[in-house]
Design a binder for this molecule. Structure first.
Ligand code: HEM
Length: 418
């Protein structure tokens, strides 16, 4: 997931294909949809001035490009740093880089296939479905803990702890480690901020080091005493004599722990906000299992938690009339694709009763989110439990989003329910 940047400047971009929006401007990251509306109207495949690379906002392009094997997350398997003009790695981000080195998200086949096959089994629907009762219990416990108060920040008190505890327990770490995991993860995510500075890089690196030390200790323990958890499974799995190294297990555990909660926390917050702002009676949204599922899908579509993923062109190529060079970066705008009026009727309306709801919030192609079945259960349980227990839930103040454009989530979500 390392922030991929365009290395060789792209010149000769026609004026009518350019678009400009500062990702750090609060007016933009509070509501990127105004920018997306303009793109959809006349420039959905455009050159984003601030990022210096081509981006795609249309649903059809985003879906196709996520699956297009001419693009990848990795580039150094087909080109050298010198050829690409890629600077040497920064010594002060060495620990962060190490956590990313074997990350599924950054690998291409065959390395990707090998690692993904090993962890996939733990995340298939019928396996994670068994976690539903535990998730229901947790959601109720969280509500019990704040129900007596007048108001609460729902992100801290409800949205964050549930997925963090679930993924920690799946990996085999105690629920009590969740606050540390959240802290390390939040500091690491800051690396994806547009125009990240050195202080942030150093802080993310320290968080990565602390995270690795913590996981290394757990690995050493599991090596001595394997248990039923995913960490033990990764350490002992053997496919034709092929085993994962400690570094691979470490990277995968950290990716799962981070990816396993960040987006789910944000979708919970964004979804509650969407529901409350829509004025729709929540009773109708969770009246049946099928409607609960549809409501979750609409929350994912309407206000996606992850707005842009990038890919490298792995060779000189042409896409829809656009000439790209090997190493050029493209931005795939998931949050924008979900609001494409060519794909969705009344794309800017939150409508959990729509029948055209399929979205790209979990990506597509070989990197399609491995945690999608788990995230869907967590969201179904979180929303339905919350609105059943607190039917008068309402916003206590206007919520605002974090200054990390790619991770579109709320800083806090103050609510009341009496
Ligand atoms: C609402 C919640 C979630 C959303 C919206 C989401 C979204 C995504 C997206 C868009 C990708 C693909 C990125 C790309 O194509 O470059 C992805 C990959 C991934 N996600 Fe999720 N995710 C969510 C929850 C989870 C959970 C709960 C887990 C783990 C337990 C998880 C683990 C992963 C992993 C490991 C990958 C990398 C897969 C690969 O590269 O093969 N995610 N996710």
């Amino acid at each position: 997931m390392a922030a991929i940047i365009q290395l060789k400047p792209i010149t000769d971009v026609p004026e009518n294909r350019r678009a400009s929006a500062d990702p750090r401007d609060p007016a933009f990251f509070q509501n990127p949809y105004a920018f997306y509306d303009r793109l959809h109207a006349d420039n959905p495949a455009f050159f984003w001035d601030q990022y210096g690379h081509w981006c795609f906002a249309g649903f059809k392009d985003v879906s196709a490009l996520l699956r297009d094997k001419r693009f990848g997350r990795e580039i150094l398997h087909v080109a050298t740093r010198e050829e690409l003009g890629m600077p040497a790695p920064k010594p002060h981000t060495a620990a962060f880089d190490l956590t990313e080195k074997h990350s599924l998200l950054n690998l291409e086949p065959p390395g990707h296939t090998r690692l993904r096959t090993l962890v996939n089994r733990a995340f298939v629907s019928r396996h994670v479905e068994q976690l539903r009762p535990r998730i229901i219990r947790l959601a109720n416990e969280m509500i019990d803990s704040f129900e007596g108060e007048d108001s609460v920040d729902l992100i801290k008190a409800f949205a964050a702890p549930i997925p963090a505890i679930i993924i920690a327990e799946m990996i085999g770490l105690p629920a009590e480690s969740a606050p540390s995991l959240l802290n390390w993860s939040n500091r690491m995510v800051a690396m994806y901020m547009f125009g990240v500075n050195e202080a942030t890089e150093r802080d993310a690196n320290q968080a990565s080091q602390d995270f690795m030390d913590f996981v290394a200790e757990a690995i050493a323990e599991r090596r001595k005493r394997p248990t039923e958890d995913l960490l033990s499974h990764m350490l002992t799995s053997d496919r034709d004599g092929d085993r994962l190294s400690d570094e691979e297990v470490m990277s995968t555990a950290i990716l799962l722990l981070n990816a396993g909660h960040e987006a789910t926390v944000h979708t919970t917050g964004n979804g509650v906000k969407s529901i409350l702002e829509s004025g729709i009676d929540p009773v109708t949204l969770f009246a049946s299992d099928a409607q609960t599922e549809a409501t979750v899908e609409e929350c994912l579509r309407f206000d996606a938690p992850l707005h842009m993923f990038t890919r490298y062109a792995l060779s000189d190529l042409e896409y829809d009339g656009l000439q790209l060079r090997k190493g050029d970066v493209i931005g795939l705008m998931l949050g924008a694709a979900n609001r494409d009026p060519r794909r969705f009727a009344n794309a800017n309306t939150f409508d959990p009763f729509r029948s055209d709801g399929a979205n790209v919030s979990f990506g597509a192609g070989i990197h399609f989110c491995i945690g999608a079945p788990l995230a869907r259960i967590e969201l179904q349980v979180a929303f339905s439990t919350l609105f059943r227990r607190l039917p008068r839930l309402r916003l206590a103040e206007a919520p605002s989003y974090n200054d990390v454009y790619h991770f579109h989530g709320l800083e806090r979500l103050m609510v009341r329910w009496r």
